[in-house]
Structure formats: C-alpha cells, structure tokens
Ligand binder design. Structure first.
Ligand code: NAD
Length: 263
C-alpha cells in the first residue's frame, strides 16, 4: 500500500537505536526525507548514513539532547535549514531510571518530566505553526503500555507518560481542524537496549539470571515473542500516512496482546 507520504519531511527524536530508529527506518522506506537526533552526534550521523544507504532516502543525523530546550530549538533550526519544516514528528526520548515510590529521590521527578513530558511539548510547539499553515501534519508520540497499566517499578515513567497523554488528547481536538492528527504509540516489550537495561535491573533485584527473566517475559506474551523495532516503526508509518487522516487522539498499544484490559 502506498502510504501517500513520499517526499514528506519527518523528524524522529531519540532515534540512534531501538524504537526511534525503527520509526525512522520505516519512514525513510516510505521515501520521507528524515531527520533523526540523539545525544551522541557521531553515532547519530553514522546511523543516519546507514539508514540512508539502506533505504535510498535522504536521512540526516543531528546531535541533540531532548531534555534540553536549547538543544530542541537548535534541532528544529537545523532540520528546517537542511530539509524544511517537518510534516511528520515522532517524539521519543530515553526512558527514565527505574524506581519505586520508596527509592525515588525528589530531584529525579523533574528530570523525568523534562525528559519524557516537556521534551514532547517543546517539540510539538516548535513544529505545529508550519503544519497549521500547510493544513497537514502528523504528530506521533512514543509513550508506553504503562499509560494503560502502570508498571510498579517504573514510577517516573508512569507519571511522565500519563501527563503527556493528557496533553496529547487535549491538543488533538484543538489541532484537528488544521488537518493535524495527534496520536500516541504505546510499546509493550520490544527487543531494544532499554529492555536489556530493565532486565539487568530486575535480575539484580530478584537475584535471578537475565536469561530466566527474558524467557519468562517471552512466555508471558500471547505471541510468545518479544516485539521488534520494525513492527513498531510500521505502526508509526501507518499513523503518519495519508490514509490515517481520520485517526486522532488515540493511544495505540503495540504489545502483542499483553495488555489484559477491555479498552
Ligand atoms: P533505547 O534505549 O533502545 O533507545 C533510546 C534512544 O534514545 C537511543 O537512540 C538514545 O541514544 C536516545 N536518547 C536517550 N536519551 C536521549 C536524550 N535525552 N536526547 C536524545 N536522545 C536520547 O530505548 P527504546 O526501547 O527504543 O525506548 C524508546 C522509548 O520507549 C523509551 O522512552 C522507553 O522507555 C519507551 N518504552 C520502551 C519499551 C520497550 O519495550 N523497548 C517499552 C515501553 C516504553
């Protein structure tokens, strides 16, 4: 299916690996012109070159930390200068450190809000004026299954992503008349370095091996597999498509059916 986004300009943040990279690869495969960022400038430029070679699309890499407003402003300025104003924005950032109410220090809360909530707010505020004047835009935020089903050991993630979800749902209504859709993609368990870190943390806390925990997670998923960044990226590409013009204000789980609730 032609997704109707050939030549569109896409910005995907935190995309040197994992789910962000999966989204950038799929958008580049649809012939979007893509900007990606991560904190390590050399690494993200190399990844951009690799995706460009693999997809034969223009992909640029920009060093930027999305928890810093000045980096976001520079990221947007460099993207505009190299490619133009983004038509498609995928907001992503690294996950906050694991922790419970008992183990989380007060100063960690603000850091998590800057990383996983305010980064998306700044990015969205930066791209919407041009989308509004064009009458077309796609905003996709990577959040987490924790929005529907909070995870006991990820207090900061649960809090920041719930706040972002409230922001996204509100602006989806406000931006719909301008032809801009706003949706969230909720990863369940996908094979990335973030999951490796969380497995390591659990292995230490529970005094078990990483392999045991990985087997348990795989067996617990109805598909008996762990998700791939490419499955996730394919969903992002669809939400960015011309065909998805009537889908907005949604939180879509990509979790192999692991969420047990009805809605
Ligand atoms: P990952 O660790 O594999 O990749 C994170 C990416 O973000 C890397 O490219 C890294 O360089 C970049 N990054 C980290 N901090 C950044 C910053 N401050 N500024 C710019 N770039 C930054 O993680 P992932 O598994 O792809 O997860 C992406 C997001 O989805 C995270 O917020 C994670 O918590 C969330 N999530 C992931 C899963 C999963 O199963 N993988 C499940 C639920 C939620």
């Amino acid at each position: 299916m032609d997704l109707g986004i050939n030549g569109k300009i896409a910005l995907v943040t935190a995309a040197s690996r994992g789910l962000g990279r999966g989204c950038a690869e799929q958008l580049a495969s649809e012939n979007c012109r893509v900007a990606i960022c991560a904190r390590d400038e050399a690494a993200v430029k190399q990844v951009a070159a690799d995706i460009s070679t693999a997809t034969d699309s223009e992909v640029i890499g920009i060093g930027a930390d999305v928890s810093q407003i000045e980096d976001i402003d520079r990221l947007l300025a460099e993207t505009r200068q190299s490619l133009g104003d983004p038509d498609i924005l995928v907001t992503n950032a690294g996950g906050p450190p694991p922790g419970t109410y008992a183990s989380t220090a007060i100063e960690d809360y603000q850091r998590a809000l800057d990383l996983n909530l305010m980064s998306a707010v700044h990015l969205i505020r930066g791209v919407t004026p041009a989308m509004q004047s064009r009458g077309w835009g796609r905003i996709i935020a990577i959040t987490s299954i924790s929005v529907k089903q909070p995870i006991g050991t990820l207090l900061l993630s649960n809090m920041a992503r719930a706040g972002l979800t409230g922001f996204l749902k509100t602006i989806a209504t406000e931006l719909a008349p301008d032809g801009i859709t706003v949706n969230a993609l909720l990863p369940g368990t996908h094979q990335t370095s973030r999951i490796d870190q969380l497995i390591q943390h659990r292995a230490e806390q529970e005094n078990r091996t990483r392999e045991e925990i990985m087997q348990e997670m795989t067996a617990a998923n109805p598909t008996r597999t762990i998700g791939e960044p490419s499955d996730f990226g394919a969903a992002a590409a669809f939400l960015a498509s011309a065909q998805a013009n009537y889908i907005t204000g949604q939180s879509l789980l990509i979790d192999g059916g692991s969420y047990k609730g009805l809605l």
